[in-house]
Design a protein around this ligand. Structure first.
Ligand SMILES: Cc1ncc(COP(=O)(O)O)c(C=O)c1O
Length: 373
């Protein structure tokens, strides 16, 4: 059986968890949390990071930090996971959905300016499959209209954007805030897990408070205040040291994990090229301003019937591809709230996109052979 995903253990996860447990510090913000946060800040140039228990949590923190309130509008793609919008809806925002590009699920940035109104507070680009949105366009729009940018970088660890100035920047380091996921389906995992990256310094102090249930406990432990108490709204966003210890074992092997995932991705891409052409199927495209972190290998089928046929035939051979994202603008919860605009490219990806298995220990050649058959 070839599953869609199989979590990869690098070898030292349980050793570090044991170390955290025997050290007597298993709640959050201890040695392993600091090791992970320092690693991310140093390697990817995020000003400040805070581990969270999920990307969903990090997005909710971002919505609190930029003071989203009833009636604010937030622009994001419709082709995304529910958490991208839920985080802002929880605080009363109206979501204004943008359509995808014709050839990629990422937002079509040329459509964004027309969606901005005096109520718009933020743009939330989702770097689908770890492939960058065109961040120069988004950051220029944000500056011009005084908006915040929260990158949904759930799938985008170790991926980059190359701006018009030629400078290569890590995804998640460009917007005011960014959210990452370490859910077991991602490249780097901790079961459930996530991270908020804070690039605009004005948010750092308050982010720590929101992270610590609305208290200034982090400042207290650093000796900056002589007692701690309730100073703002917040919730229980920080993960235990057990999660951070697991994540640290993964981070020590980031390069190896990425190398192997990229090999699998390249094998799919080169060996399926002719087959895809002959069947009017599109392989994933990476624009020249983006890099590929091999988070996902997806196909865009000719139509929904062809996709169902492909999935069913692979399942008969015990290989399990998946499809996802029922467009949020036509989901049961939001269809009545959506402003009614058609988003044809989004709907097209809902009908035609299929994700092939991609994980460290994958026997990629078997899947390729089965597909060609
Ligand atoms: C684009 C996107 N945003 C947010 C999330 C939520 O991540 P988490 O499961 O860590 O909360 C996911 C999860 O797959 C995602 O793909």
């Amino acid at each position: 059986m070839i599953p869609f995903n199989k979590p990869y253990l690098t070898g030292r996860e349980t050793e570090y968890i044991t170390d955290a447990v025997v050290s007597g510090k298993i709640s959050g913000n201890g040695k392993y949390t600091k090791l992970c946060q320092d690693f991310f800040e140093e390697k990817f140039g995020f000003k400040k990071t805070l581990l969270t228990t999920s990307c969903t949590d990090a997005l909710e923190m971002a919505a609190i930090l930029i003071n989203i309130k009833e009636g604010d509008e937030v622009i994001m793609p419709s082709y995304t996971f529910v958490s991208t919008s839920n985080a802002f809806v929880l605080r009363g925002a109206k979501i204004v959905f943008a359509d995808s590009l014709p050839n990629h699920p990422n937002m079509d940035c040329s459509t964004l300016e027309a969606l901005i109104t005096p109520k718009t507070k933020a743009i939330v680009p989702v770097h689908y499959a770890g492939v960058a949105c065109d961040m120069d366009i988004i950051m220029n729009l944000a500056q011009k209209h005084n908006l915040y940018v929260v990158e949904d970088a759930a799938q985008a660890i170790d991926s980059y954007y190359i701006g018009k100035d030629g400078i290569k920047k890590a995804l998640g380091s460009i917007g005011h805030l960014a959210a990452f996921s370490f859910h077991e389906t991602k490249n780097i995992i901790s079961g459930e897990g996530g991270m908020l990256a804070i690039n605009d310094e004005q948010f750092i102090e308050r982010a720590e408070i929101i992270w610590e249930k609305g208290t200034n406990r982090s400042a207290f432990f650093r000796g900056e205040v002589d007692k701690y108490g309730w100073v703002d709204i917040g919730s229980s966003f920080l993960p235990s040291e057990i999660i951070a210890a697991f994540l640290w074992a993964q981070l020590e092997n980031l390069e190896d994990i990425q190398k192997i995932r990229k090999q699998h991705w390249e094998a799919y891409n080169t060996q399926l090229e002719n087959w895809a052409k002959n069947n009017e199927i599109e392989l994933p495209q990476v624009p020249n301003y983006a890099t590929n972190n091999a988070h996902m290998f997806f196909l865009k089928c000719k139509n929904i019937e062809q996709r169902s046929e492909l999935i069913n035939k692979l399942k008969k051979q015990n290989t399990h591809p998946v499809f996802h994202y029922i467009s949020l603008h036509s989901s049961p919860y939001y269809i009545e709230k959506h402003d009614g605009r058609n988003l044809p490219y989004t709907d097209n990806f809902t009908d035609t996109l299929v994700r092939l298995p991609l994980f460290y220990e994958l026997d990629v050649q078997t899947v390729i052979n089965q597909i060609k058959e």
